[in-house]
Design a protein around this ligand. Structure first.
Ligand code: ME8
Length: 663
């Protein structure tokens, strides 16, 4: 019988639905995904939950502003959050919405348990409340501003149900003492311990002024207040009242930002203790990503979006940067400059270059098969030792969630391999038996090192590590590879190299930043775009979208409508691929009166060189727009063929003058 895997249940916060994810949210979710992949490679059965926090006054207001019912508003937002996580390759195993019925039942059940155990009573509460952060601000006076977001607080008095948090001062302090790992990092633990030592006030857990919330059964109009509602989502996601059946509770790790550590390490364990339910094993609070030294937040509008970065540099680049540039637990400044610099130096010139160099040399010298190493020289052994030692060090750092350290160790080994190749110069060796044998040793050593760093970097770079793994001819699925079995010396000579794929094309920093910013701008301030015909569509689906919106056959247009479209013969002068946009080509086209830059969604079907000099039909009076951050001033006409909408460019059978109008 196979041994049963140990479970590992981790969560991200359940994010508010009053905006879309920015880099801060992406950071927490990426970290959760890295831990999920890492733990799986260490043999755990891992489940990761994320979701959306959908109740409260903010949602009521946002829905009203949008003129739709709250339920419709949150459903749309939850879909958008889920879709973005899917698009970024970090989907949840469990996606919980606080409007899910199973969650509603769990919150009501938890309340019942707390009440039955004598920890809930009815009272009145007057306080200063921040409607933006959904929190009463202790010690604030009327007229004060919110210490978090700086906006005015509101005085609120109402009948509430209270939770006897004050009864949990001692149980919590005892719990922290017995479980020193519960709050991480240590600095946060000390903060929380002093806070609890200072005394705990009872906590109001229901509202009567809010409509959009989970009803307290039999006590309407009371609805649950955000934190009693939101925190419970972690439990609802894995069984709620029937949590024992699923066997995942208590959570092994709640990942949160430092802004919400108190709720997770004081309120949440107290609620669970009151209900006599198991308490999570650990809460890890990371720092904030700052933009110009201020916390990035939806309400301040100083947000960095993930999608434009991913379009330009790829998801792995973003993941790498987020984990490499900031010590986990501390605050970090976000800058595009640092991001692109890291991308070029560590990914394009580092891992990418080592992989392509090694593969090219093996291809050339050993017909694409991993060579058999000959006698070892001291420098080979030094490198082998360095790589072998790195394995233990990297695993230890991943275990401590010291991601920056783990990556630093991996990249030190990559740099050592680069240096080794440069000094051994296998390309300068001849064809004598001794030289061949030396070449084989050097290339096997480099390839083996590459295999090790690839396996170790998979949790952070799942796409690119998989590409390198395939390149090295490894057949085991990398995500299922057990890191415990990773040792120097396992690379089998004779293994055929696999397919080589683009890893990290170098980018020009200024251009890359400009394009990321321009894409972010497009996303934040979308302009209603006309349906995109095939050749200018950035995606293959653009063609079918155009077809779907085309007028029905009977909807004839008059000649005057057609005359509005100015189409001319253009001649393609230059054509190049666009980094980060697999389907687009950037063309310069002579349209008779001027040379235009036009993007066309034909990169998968036309080699750029084959287009130079070709005459095509161009729509010249289309408003300029940006595609993937690149300005496009006009549209190349193409037929859209087959179910995939393969673009086929127009051609003229007779000689035509550049600039001639198509009528
Ligand atoms: O607080 N830097 O949701 P939220 C780093 N619904 N991380 C950041 C960040 C930044 N600038 N901004 C946000 C809520 N985050 C509640 C949680 S849980 C039961 C309920 C991340 O949408 C970080 O993880 O405001 C932070 O804790 C979380 O997003 C807050 O997300």
């Amino acid at each position: 019988m196979p041994e049963k895997k140990e479970k590992f249940y981790l969560t991200t916060p359940i994010y508010y639905t009053n905006g879309l994810p920015h880099i801060g949210h992406t950071y927490t979710t990426v970290v959760a995904d890295v831990i999920r992949r890492y733990k799986r490679m260490r043999g755990y059965d891992v489940v990761m939950t994320t979701g959306t926090d959908e109740h409260g006054v903010n949602v009521e207001r946002a829905a009203k502003k949008a003129g739709v019912p709250e339920s419709e508003y949150v459903a749309k937002m939850a879909d958008a959050w889920r879709a973005l996580w899917d698009e970024l390759g970090i989907p949840a195993d469990e996606f919980i919405r606080t409007t899910d019925l199973k969650h509603v039942r769990t919150v009501q059940w938890l309340f019942k348990l707390c009440r039955e155990n004598g920890y809930v009573y009815k009272g009145h509460y007057t306080g200063q409340y921040c409607i933006y952060d959904n929190a009463f601000v202790n010690d604030a006076k009327p007229g004060d501003n919110c210490p978090d977001c700086g906006r005015p607080l509101e005085t609120v008095t109402e009948e509430n149900y209270f939770f006897k948090l004050s009864s949990f001062q001692k149980p919590l302090l005892d719990f922290y003492k017995k479980n020193p790992e519960f709050i991480q990092p240590d600095t946060r633990r000390n903060e929380i311990i002093s806070f609890v030592e200072g005394g705990l006030k009872d906590l109001s857990i229901t509202r009567t002024t809010i409509r959009w919330g989970i009803p307290v059964p039999g006590e309407e109009p009371h609805v649950f207040y955000v934190w009693f509602d939101a925190l419970t989502a972690y439990l609802s996601a894995v069984g709620g009242p029937e949590y024992e059946k699923r066997g995942l509770w208590p959570a092994d790790l709640h990942l949160v930002g430092k802004d919400i550590i108190r709720f997770h390490t004081v309120y949440w364990p107290a609620f669970l203790m009151a209900a006599m339910l198991p308490v999570p094993k650990q809460v890890w609070a990371h720092g904030w990503f700052l933009m110009d030294a201020a916390k990035m937040s939806k309400s301040k509008g100083n947000v960095v979006l993930p999608r434009p970065i991913v379009n330009m540099l790829g998801m792995d680049a973003l993941r790498y940067f987020l984990l490499r540039d900031v010590v986990f637990g501390q605050d970090g400044n976000f800058s595009y400059d640092a991001l692109v610099t890291r991308y070029n130096s560590d990914l394009a010139n580092g891992l990418g270059n080592l992989a392509s160099r090694t593969a090219a040399l093996i291809e050339k010298n050993f017909a694409g098969k991993i060579p058999k190493p000959g006698a070892l020289k001291p420098q080979d052994e030094v490198l082998a030792k360095e790589a072998q030692n790195a394995i233990g060090e990297v695993l230890e750092n991943f275990d401590k969630l010291s991601f920056a350290r783990a990556l630093e160790t991996i990249w030190t080994v990559i740099a050592a391999a680069d240096k080794y190749l440069t000094s051994e110069q296998p390309w300068a060796l001849g064809n004598s038996e001794a030289d061949q044998s030396r070449k084989a040793t050097v290339l096997w050593t480099t390839a083996e090192l590459l295999r090790i760093v690839t396996a170790l970097s998979f949790p952070v770079l799942p796409d690119s590590a998989t590409k390198v793994w395939t390149l090295l001819g490894q057949s085991v699925v990398l995500g299922k590879f057990e890191l415990d079995g990773l040792r120097w010396g396992q690379l089998g000579p004779g293994t055929s190299l696999g397919k080589s794929q683009t890893l990290f094309p170098r980018v020009d920093k200024t251009e890359a930043i400009e394009r990321i910013e321009s894409m972010a701008n497009e996303e934040l301030n979308p302009t209603p775009a006309a349906p995109a015909p095939a050749a200018s569509a950035p995606t293959a689906t653009g063609a079918s979208a155009a077809a779907a919106t085309a007028p029905a056959v009977s909807d004839k247009i008059g000649i005057e409508d057609f005359a509005k479209v100015e189409m001319r013969v253009g001649q393609i002068k230059t054509a190049e691929r666009i980094v980060g946009a697999d389907k687009l080509l950037k063309l310069t086209v002579d349209i008779g009166t001027e040379i235009r830059q036009i993007c066309a969604g034909i990169a998968q079907y036309y080699e750029p060189e084959s287009l130079i000099g070709r005459k095509v039909a161009v729509v010249v009076n289309l408003a300029p727009r940006k595609l993937r951050g690149v300005e496009s001033n006009g549209m190349i006409v193409a037929a859209s063929v087959g179910p995939e909408g393969r673009p086929v460019l127009t051609a003229f059978l007779e000689e035509v003058e550049v600039g001639a109008r198509l009528k």
